[in-house]
Design a protein around this ligand. Structure first.
Ligand code: AHR
Length: 497
């Protein structure tokens, strides 16, 4: 007898799962860029860490947001181009850097280093321009430096710095958390700034650059702020064709759960907090629908993940990498699949060493965290059509009158095969899940399981990292119903052909 059932409504397509749902975010913060991506004993001749490069290439990450975060609105891109020895050393207003946790920025890793890293790993760059302390000219110049193929000083400067061809950077964020570290602006003030910046950065995109740019405004988890921002942006004096392609929100969870001192009740609360991503996406999409009726504006969740009390500025926002965090990532990726009609991208915070990173390093080696394996297991969904699922699951009461659904799932198809992800968010009990796929009987079902041998609190180290890889698991197939036993705190992937 199943504890939970999942019905896959094969004919009901929700939307397209952009590969960009599996995007990343890397900031000049602690050991993310310096010591993470860039420079160490294992660096290649260009300065990139080969061990990190390999892990990231294998993950096939579709898009990488840089240089911040709060750092973006404190960053002047011209500091980071040209000969390394001429680049100025600056304060990093928000974050400590590197192994000695110095709140200074060497500018050794700049635009060309970042964009060539993206080329090396085959990922689309997403640059966040400085709105808080910068000006529209600086942002427009950055676009020109990166993307222009004509005969101007900035295009020539890029060529002198070693890149003849334009980089064709498509995604441009205008500011970061401008309600907070990006200038403490009111929504109306940010909307006015956004319009100024978008005018100079975006208006000529189709004329001047070979490809159109996609412009991204930074929203907020407070949806009244988003509503007021959109109202001001959509003001009739501006006309309907305002250059805004995506509106973002950030969702961190876990600040009340110290990893080393938590129990199962804390795990439930943590997971319920992660699932609130769902309501935030619905709220921001609702605000877009209500106000920006004449245009498609996508929702990007361009910072998300676990942020525990262990991660503080003084340690470069580092925290242990646990199975529990990885479970939350699986549940959030399901939410993105289920909202593929409105979500256009997401960027987990942050790729390496910081917060819910996927890759951790020390001086000698780099290794995958459990969250890395969740992304890898969900990779078959990328580029597919998301299919609607109905999940009937036991729940548990958690604080603030909330209910934690214990089983989560999502499904997609590439036209030939169907992929189903299932997560047992119950950290105490096994859950048997019966999946029924409407209208089709599979010829074959392959299933893998993550974390079957681990407690939710299990933490990855360089010595045990290989133990978190997925293993094949058994399923019972009866016509179009597949039953699978999910031990506590596990993630399963079914492939039906
Ligand atoms: O990811 C760490 C910080 O969290 C980012 O700099 C900021 O945007 C957010 O508050």
């Amino acid at each position: 007898m199943a504890d939970a059932t999942v019905t896959v409504h094969s004919e009901a397509v929700v939307g397209h799962i952009n590969p960009e749902f599996h995007g990343h975010f890397s900031e000049h913060l602690g050991r993310c860029v310096y010591e993470g991506l860039w420079h160490s004993d294992s660096a290649d001749e260009d300065g990139y860490r080969e061990d990190v490069l390999e892990l990231i290439k294998d993950l096939d990450i579709p898009v990488l947001r840089w240089p911040g975060g709060c750092f973006a609105d404190d960053y002047h891109w011209e500091d980071g181009v040209g000969p390394q020895e001429d680049r100025p050393r600056r304060r990093n207003l928000f974050w400590a850097q590197g192994p000695e946790e110095v709140p200074e920025e060497s500018n050794a890793f700049g635009t060309d280093e970042f964009l060539q890293f993206c080329e090396a790993v085959g990922t689309e760059p997403y640059l966040a321009a400085n709105v808080g302390s910068g000006d529209p000219q600086e942002a427009a110049d950055w676009v020109e430096y990166c993307n222009y193929d004509g005969d101007t000083e900035l295009a020539d400067r890029r060529r002198e710095n070693g890149h003849d061809d334009p980089y064709e950077v498509k995604y441009w964020g205008l500011g970061n958390e401008n309600w907070g570290c990006g200038g403490r602006m009111s929504p109306e003030q940010y909307a006015r700034e956004y319009r100024r910046f978008a005018t100079y950065v975006g208006t000529q995109s189709g004329l001047m650059f070979e490809h159109d740019l996609e412009l991204i405004a930074c929203g907020f988890e407070h949806h009244e702020w988003n509503r007021r921002f959109l109202e001001e942006i959509a003001d009739s004096s501006w006309g309907p064709e305002f250059p805004l392609d995506h509106l973002t929100l950030h969702h961190y969870y876990g600040q009340t759960m110290t990893v080393s001192e938590s129990d199962e009740d804390d795990y439930d609360t943590f997971l319920a907090d992660a699932l609130e991503t769902d309501g935030h996406i619905e709220a921001i999409a609702g605000a877009i629908d209500a106000i920006a009726t004449t245009r498609d504006i996508g929702v990007i969740v361009d910072e998300w993940g676990a942020w525990h009390p262990e991660a503080v500025s003084e340690n470069g926002l580092e925290q242990p990498g646990t199975v529990l965090d990885a479970l939350s990532a699986a549940a959030v990726l399901d939410i993105f699949n289920d909202h593929s009609d409105v979500v256009t991208m997401s960027n987990i915070a942050q790729t390496i060493n910081v917060l819910q990173c996927l890759v951790e390093t020390d001086e000698d080696e780099a290794w995958a965290r459990p969250t890395y394996h969740v992304f890898d297991s969900y990779a078959p969904h990328k580029g597919n059509d998301a299919i609607q699922t109905s999940v009937s699951t036991p729940t548990r009461d958690v604080e603030d009158d909330r209910e934690l659904p214990l089983v989560q799932g999502s499904a997609s198809t590439d036209g030939d095969e169907t992929f189903i992800s299932l997560t047992n968010l119950d950290c105490r009990e096994e859950q048997t899940v019966a999946v029924t796929v409407e209208g089709t009987t599979p010829d074959a079902v392959e299933a893998t399981l993550l974390f079957g041998d681990h407690e939710p609190s299990a933490t990855v180290t360089p010595d045990n990292a290989a133990e978190f890889e997925p293993e094949a698991t058994d399923v019972d197939v009866d016509g179009n119903t597949i039953s699978v036993d999910l031990p506590p705190a596990t993630v399963a992937t079914l492939t039906l052909s």
